[in-house]
Design a protein around this ligand. Structure first.
Ligand SMILES: [Ca+2]
Ligand SMILES: [Ca+2]
Length: 498
């Protein structure tokens, strides 16, 4: 999260303060889903790569994609070959019935059912023989569903597809390494599309998806899958390029300048095999195809590959390292404001005692979410440690850790205090159960403390302590190693400042 720095440090003396979190800059929401961020503000999609060093392989990779091949806006208004130009998407409500989807690559696809409406727009149109991507946003759950090579069956009561993937649009969790998505790079497609509403607003604040004809037998973060259509002198999936800072954009239309500024600041990520330097976008009647075609005079030699090795927080997250950020503190008791040349982290300490807002799941799952896309989360009132209900976690499709995560984090201002976490977990015998506290400074992980026990089939308590070290938030998670047929229940979570 990019929270604004405060100019003056507020020295709080034994106060109970209200923490006012400045809303991070978000991507323009997808039309039709105004409440959903197109992935978190600290995801790689938002990263500014304009000042990062060039990649050592830049000239090799640019040569592979083509120094004389020209930039292409692979989207527009009107139709081409009977279909819309670009990759369309649609939005649905949470009430959209889910339909089964069969996959050619089932072992690397997220299992259905998917909330695909019968009339969902298909890339290239209903008769297309191309990639036939279908992108659907559940605007209530802020969940993205994407299919590749999608064909409706029986009037859309079921679909067949090459592959498919679903993402929580508020999460930075990546797909398992080596898994494809609806894209060859294992990435979501929607957040990388150039949209007309963005250009009309004057700013594209994200990385753009693009294609190249040959890719190495490798992928690099943020990609998680390779297509291996080329060799060692070709860029890997996930390779990141930007338009040279010195490229003069003044002769282009205002709309094209919006795209070109984004290519300088955020750049474009190689996400699929296709024509050289083809940028992906969504079809829209607002596009001026003739004007977009003027981008065609920009050769590949105007681009360079960027070394983004300083960006990732981990190989399993889209989150990027950013500048250290601070919260804005609105004191409610007497404070002394001092002028400082360096901004400091809020020193506010949360009150002693229980900090988890919904520890027992008696009325719902509020304040909790899945820690990754492979976890299922439901509330059950068949079994509970106390009260009548508990949270039940499981795994979809593959074995691994199911993760229950407080969302937002229970502690938003950690200061230098000691925190004790506790959870009651009923896990199948022999499965590992971990309670984890993680401290963050802004979006950067400072430290993690875990405690692991082995499931017994009965309720058991897990405890862990964390001494905060200058972070700004503390997250509590429960991880249980499960298979697709096993469930575990969690109840009576606690996170206390000691
Ligand atoms: Ca309960
Ligand atoms: Ca959390």
């Amino acid at each position: 999260m990019s929270l604004r720095r405060s100019g003056a440090a507020l020295v709080a003396v034994a106060l109970v303060a209200t923490i006012q979190v400045v809303t991070p800059s978000q991507a323009s929401p997808v039309p039709g889903a105004p409440a959903c961020p197109a992935f978190p503000a600290d995801s790689f999609w938002r990263a500014d790569v304009s000042t990062l060093p060039a990649h050592p392989m830049s000239s090799t990779w640019v040569t592979s994609v083509g120094t004389t091949a020209r930039l292409k806006a692979d989207f527009g208004s009107g139709t081409w070959d009977g279909g819309p130009i670009g990759i369309p998407f649609t939005t649905v409500s949470v009430a959209q019935p889910r339909v089964p989807v069969s996959f050619d690559y089932a072992d690397e696809s997220d299992a259905g059912p998917y909330p695909i409406p019968p009339n969902a727009p298909i890339e290239g149109g209903p008769a297309s023989t191309g990639d036939r991507h279908v992108l659907v946003v559940d605007r209530d759950a802020c969940r993205l569903w994407e299919l590749y090579s999608a064909y409706p069956q029986n009037g859309g009561t079921a679909w067949s597809a090459g592959s498919g993937a679903t993402w929580d649009m508020r999460s930075n969790a990546m797909r398992p390494a080596g898994w494809t998505s609806a894209d060859a790079a294992g990435l979501p497609i929607l957040p990388g599309l150039v949209r007309y509403d963005e250009v009309a607003s004057g700013s594209i604040d994200h990385v753009i998806r693009f294609t190249a004809p040959r890719t190495a037998n490798a992928y690099v973060w943020p990609a998680s899958h390779k297509a291996a259509t080329g060799g060692a002198s070709d860029p890997p999936m996930g390779a990141w390029f930007r338009l040279n800072a010195g490229f003069d954009i003044s002769g282009y239309s205002a709309e094209n300048q919006v795209i070109l500024r984004a290519l300088k600041k955020h750049g474009m990520v190689l996400a699929d095999n296709g024509s050289s330097w083809f940028m992906s976008g969504a079809p829209d009647p607002g596009w001026n195809d003739e004007d977009l075609n003027r981008l065609r005079n920009i050769p590949g030699s105007m681009f360079e590959a960027v070394d983004v090795s300083s960006l990732p927080q981990s190989s399993t997250s889209y989150a990027v390292n950013g500048p250290v950020t601070t919260t804005t503190v609105t004191p409610t008791t007497s404070t002394t404001a001092t002028t400082s040349t360096t901004s400091t982290t809020s020193t506010t300490v949360p009150p002693a005692g229980q900090l988890v807002a919904n520890p027992g799941f008696e009325t719902g799952l509020g304040g909790w979410n899945t820690g990754d896309s492979r976890t299922t989360l439901a509330r059950t009132c068949r079994v509970a440690h106390s009260g009548g209900c508990s949270a039940e976690i499981g795994r979809r499709q593959s074995a691994g850790d199911a993760v229950l995560d407080d969302s937002p984090n229970s502690v938003t201002s950690s200061a230098a205090a000691v925190y004790g976490g506790s959870a009651w977990v009923k896990a199948p015998a022999g499965r590992s159960v971990t309670l984890r506290l993680r401290e963050y400074r802004g979006s950067r992980l400072v430290q993690a403390r875990t405690s692991t026990v082995t499931g017994t089939g009965s309720w058991q308590q897990v405890n862990v302590l964390l001494t905060a070290g200058g972070g700004t938030s503390v997250s509590i998670d429960v991880l249980v190693s499960l298979t697709t047929t096993l469930k575990a229940q969690v109840d009576d979570l606690s996170l206390r400042r000691m």
